[in-house]
Ligand binder design. Sequence first.
Ligand code: GLU
Length: 447
Amino acid sequence: MTTTRFAPSPTGRLHVGNIRTALHNWMLAKKGGAKEQGRFMLRIDDTDAERSKEEYVEAIRTDLAWLGISPDGEERQSARMALYEAAFEKLREAGRVYPAYETAQELEVKRKILLSRGLPPIYDRGALEMSEADRAAKEAEGIAPHWRFKLDHDEPITWEDGVRGSQKFDPAQLSDPVIRRADGSWLYMLPSAVDDIDMGVTDVLRGEDHVSNTAVQIQMFTALGAQPPSFAHEALLVGKEGKLSKRLGSLGCDAFREQGYEPEAIVALLARLGTSLPVEPIAEREKLLETFDLSTFGRAPAKFDDNELHRINAAIVHQMPFEKVRGFVPDDFTEAAWHAIRPNLEKASEVVEWWQIVTGPIEQPEFSEDDREYLGEAARQLDFDADDPWHALTGALKESTGRKGKALFLPLRQALTGMNHGPDMGELLPLIGEDEARERLTRAANG
Ligand code: GLU
């Protein structure tokens, strides 16, 4: 069974990049359909006690629920420290972690020297040269060590990446990563591997920025006696003018919700952005799942464009069933009203303004003498016994006044709705109703 996970750090709200990663992991787990239903797990990466906030944990859960990406289980790293401790002991006994005493400044100097010689800034394993006495001396000075994972340099690290294809890393070209700080706290690398093993994660799908972490973590899985999961790294998301990071705040899940975007629109867009499949306003998740395939993911950065979200959102609203809006429209708002108004909306919430046009009061523009006379005529000709009062009215007025085109339609629309454009009048007029329509026409005629 496929098990995937989404592992956010609760240090802020979910932004569009996180949502995309969560969605793709959910899709990877669920794409088999009901028969081969995989598991999608939420893992809260809250080892950084200072920056992690409970309100963000709550917000992550709320955001995922709003998007309809529901986890099949949740784990929190802060509750799993004993597991990391045990793994650490195991690696220590096997000689795969070692204490190091360099200060941040010393490491920086080493880095600069290597860079100035045109060499890659790889950690020189100076700590491995230390004798027992050297270490005792450091401890006596009150300097506690941080801990590094010792990479095995014997063989290249290889994997078949779900997006990037064959990957190969020479471990000697990587620094032994620091996995634990001097104060005992954990860096991301080891706990993540421990959890992936313990949670039975079969597929790790994450951003391209994690590729070199994967090389290191593959050795951790092996050192802990586990088979590494399958890995896939998707290209990063960028904005239409380049980097997204600056604007991420404005592209958070909360902002999308406040701006009235439908979760279906966000999901439809992010599901296929950066893939070779066309981005389409597909509201049914099943349909998106059917076509989900890592082999369609491109290597070039995916471009997020809010105009595209806007377009997809409008198209989703235009096909949205009445049940979806029932919750936020007035009781007397009917399904027919929804169908009349729906094609004019970009956001579903705008329906409230349109309904206001139906129920009134509306504000009319100033009309010319000529138009006032015309609208008076319209008030007299209005006939709700006709099958289609709007076409009956405009047909009769065309006959009696000789007006056509804009001169025929626009004053009527302005008098009846106060607007220059909007929903189809044939559908709108019956919703406004006979008395109210006649009152509006008469009012316009009287100026
Ligand atoms: N908490 C890590 C991050 O947000 C998780 C990375 C991973 O998926 O392993 O970058």
